[in-house]
Write a protein that binds this ligand. Structure first.
Ligand SMILES: Nc1ncnc2c1ncn2[C@@H]1O[C@H](COP(=O)(O)OP(=O)(O)O)[C@@H](O)[C@H]1O
Ligand SMILES: [Mg+2]
Length: 425
């Protein structure tokens, strides 16, 4: 009985061990099957690689590299490119990136709407649009097959922009009934940004402004003309009255007034004739003034020669009137007082820039000389008084008189420079 029990136990143990063994075999078999499957895959891949590189590949090496940073750079570059593209796309005027062979690399919507084709040749695709003149369109149609380097558009400045690597602008290109300002901006020596700004409204405003400015210039000229005419009427009246006046002193007063008004009238005459309404070329003025003075004092003494020795100054209207008055007074004084009884003589006038800031006027005659009792700074007579006052108060300058083989006046004053305004006639 005891024997039977022990056998039964052993049998039971054997069954138990067999079970455990089977479980273990199953686990290992599964593991082997998995390994087998992996190996099979690797062998297939290896066969594929070997088939691809047969005759060349002797070894296949697997290298693992950390490309995290490269990936980040690539991502940020991609973001940058997409940002720029979005920017160009959003611009409200036709904008393209073009290479030097005129292939359009990128064109925004506005550009595409007027004919640009990405990948196409710029001037071919625009050949259909109003951008190109009829003559150029004809040329383009005949040469459709020519690719690259040919930019036939007569206004195109792309080559210049790429050669000199600087922005080039065509200030006026007409298309679609509008006016464009067209830009070529080099991005590299092979690529440029090409865009056009619609400046139609700006041009219209400019035109309106110019025409209104023209009207004003015409008006201003007209005013100077009328002032000159009115002054000439006064000059004639003074001349007529002076001839009728018997009193010598009174006649002198009329004559002096005539000369003064005449000197002013000349300035208005020059102004309405000149292109620049803001300043006077004093050389022309002086010549005219001298001719008038010679004419006026011819009967008194025709042996006096009045010359402009040097004159290279442009003066504003105020300074011109003031200095014109002074010259009239001092030159007519020379005619009247320096050469008594028809004596021969010369009067010379020079007006020049002493330096950048000041102007000098010299009036000299070789006559009898100023009487010794006359001190120009305390002159009792009106002519000299007015001249000195004009130089000091109106011109803010200085006046010096010298008695040296005649009389010489040297006047210095600050040059009040006026910005030259050349206006249409
Ligand atoms: N260039 C000159 N040469 C000689 N004397 C002159 C000259 N200029 C002026 N004078 C003298 O100075 C005086 C004063 O001149 P001015 O004040 O112009 O008065 P007016 O000319 O009315 O006599 C003149 O009367 C003349 O005697
Ligand atoms: Mg006088």
């Amino acid at each position: 009985m005891v024997q039977n029990d022990s056998n039964a136990k052993k049998y039971q143990q054997l069954i138990e061990d067999k079970k455990n063994l089977e479980t273990l075999v199953n686990i290992k078999t599964k593991e082997l099957a998995d390994i087998n499957k992996k190996l099979k895959n690797e062998i297939t891949e290896r066969k594929l690689i070997e088939a691809k590189f047969r005759d060349r590949v002797t070894a296949v090496q697997l290298v693992l590299r950390d490309i995290t940073e490269r990936k980040q750079v690539e991502d940020s570059l991609a973001r940058e490119v997409s940002f720029r593209t979005t920017l160009i796309e959003a611009l409200p005027y036709p904008t393209m990136v073009i290479n030097k062979d005129r292939i359009v690399i990128f064109a925004n919507k506005v550009a595409r709407d007027v004919g640009a084709k990405i990948g196409g040749i710029c001037w071919h695709d625009f050949g259909r649009s109003d951008y190109i003149s009829e003559k150029d369109k004809e040329y383009i149609n005949q040469h459709k097959t020519i690719k690259g380097l040919c930019s036939h558009c007569t206004f195109c400045l792309a080559d210049k922009a790429l050669a000199e690597l600087k922005t080039c602008i065509a200030p006026e290109v007409k298309a679609f009934g509008r006016i464009f300002e067209t830009y070529w901006i080099p991005i590299s020596d092979n690529l440029y940004l090409h865009y056009a700004l619609d400046i139609t409204e700006k041009k219209q405003t400019e035109k309106q402004l110019l025409s209104s400015l023209n009207e004003k210039v015409i008006l201003l000229r007209e005013i100077h003309h009328r002032v000159k005419n009115n002054m000439q009427v006064i000059v004639s009246l003074l001349r007529i009255h002076s001839r009728r006046v018997k009193d010598v002193n009174l006649r002198k007063v009329f004559e002096e007034c005539r000369d003064r008004v005449n000197a002013m009238s000349l300035i208005h005459e020059l102004l309405y004739q000149s292109e620049d309404l803001s300043q006077i070329d004093f050389k022309i003025y002086l010549k005219k003034l001298c001719r008038n003075l010679c004419g006026a004092y011819e009967t008194l003494n025709k042996n006096v020669i009045l010359t402009v020795k040097q004159c290279s100054v442009k003066l504003g209207i105020d300074q011109s009137v003031a200095i014109g008055m002074v010259i009239t007074e001092l030159a007519s004084n020379a005619f009247k007082h320096a050469f008594p009884t028809g004596k021969k003589g010369t009067v010379e006038i020079s007006l020049f820039e002493l330096d950048e800031k000041s102007v000098q006027l010299v009036i000299r005659d070789d006559g009898k000389g100023m009487p010794p009792e006359i001190d120009i700074m305390n002159a009792q007579s009106l002519g000299l008084q007015l001249s000195v006052a004009t130089v000091i108060s109106e011109l803010g300058g200085s006046i010096k008189m010298e008695r040296n083989k005649g009389t010489q006046f040297t006047i210095c004053f600050k040059h009040r420079k006026v910005e030259s305004k050349f206006l249409p006639k």
